[in-house]
Design a binder for this molecule. Sequence first.
Ligand SMILES: NC(=O)c1ccc[n+]([C@@H]2O[C@H](COP(=O)([O-])OP(=O)(O)OC[C@H]3O[C@@H](n4cnc5c(N)ncnc54)[C@H](OP(=O)(O)O)[C@@H]3O)[C@@H](O)[C@H]2O)c1
Length: 336
Amino acid sequence: MKVYEIKTGSTSLSGLQPAERPIPAPGHGQVQIRVRAASLNYRDQAVVTGRYFGGVVQRDTIPLSDGAGEVSAIGPGVTRVKVGDRVAGAFFQVWIDGRPDRSNFAALGSPLDGMLAEYVVLDQEGVVLLPEHLSFEEGACLPCAGVTAWNALAESGRIRPGDTVLVLGTGGVSIFGLQFAKLHGARVIVTSASDAKLVRAKTLGADELINYVEYPEWHEEVMRLTGGRGVDNVIEVGGAGTLSRSIQSLGFGGQVSLIGVLTREGDTNPHGLMMKGARIQGIFVGNRAMFENMNRAIAANRMRPVVDKVFPFDAVHDAFNYELEKKHFGKIVISV
Ligand SMILES: NC(=O)c1ccc[n+]([C@@H]2O[C@H](COP(=O)([O-])OP(=O)(O)OC[C@H]3O[C@@H](n4cnc5c(N)ncnc54)[C@H](OP(=O)(O)O)[C@@H]3O)[C@@H](O)[C@H]2O)c1
């Protein structure tokens, strides 16, 4: 079967190469999936270039945490799914429910083999049924970006109708954040470096738009737009370079959902949190129960992930570069 592999010790995109592997057979309790689509996350850039937690990959590794397809075979003892079911893999294969701990951080795409392959075999506990109305391309967007935004807002964030949510940028996590916030009846402020992307965010229901290049002190705009009250939750994908302004954008009792590392340097004074009785909540994707809760909400509301562009299997490098150039709005998908 055709796969891609990140070669051992890879530090650049040239270390990501097409390869052939035998089709894996499902053992006891395992499920074979004919993968139809996979999606990119910013994390995948870090894995390929050896900058992800744990450094360079230690063995030839199939990339991408996120993929969807149909169950093509099952091993003995499988009861959770049947042949023909449409499924996605869970980002953390063994974090089923409850709190995270060191023992359940085995994720697809690093350190485990990922979804950029024609077939994968996963434990039945690590697969989730797709909402019926979604295509494979849409379903492939859910496991990392979708669950992360869902966790930040609906699980740890306990969003309520009438809340105000600030979403930084228009990448995969952030556009899911916009969609889930609107689904919960929140008011949403979206920032972007691109006016054209802000216009697209408006069509998805964004209430207020801020160009963070035009307004480098964007937290002041947030305060103006909220009448000085601040927001209830920030989808914080920037990291060190945006955290200080996210804290300053926060209202009393609010939550900065600490998700991303798109910027590496900054000057963060946390005192504002103390005075507002607010908190920073680390978000590390989420567990399978959160994934299934999210899918119920997506199905009930017939919500569709925003797929910016679908690349063919032989154009994987183009897909990675497209993300690096920040051309996308929402998700980048590869058909398999
Ligand atoms: N903790 C977790 O569990 C978790 C899960 C998923 C992702 N992440 C992290 O979250 C971040 C986003 O991931 P992703 O997959 O959504 O990335 P992505 O799809 O590549 O999104 C990148 C977008 O972020 C925006 N951006 C870049 N720099 C920014 C800045 N200084 N201020 C505001 N927005 C900025 C840009 O949007 P515009 O072009 O609109 O400006 C850019 O297009 C990454 O650091 C990723 O590693 C963490």
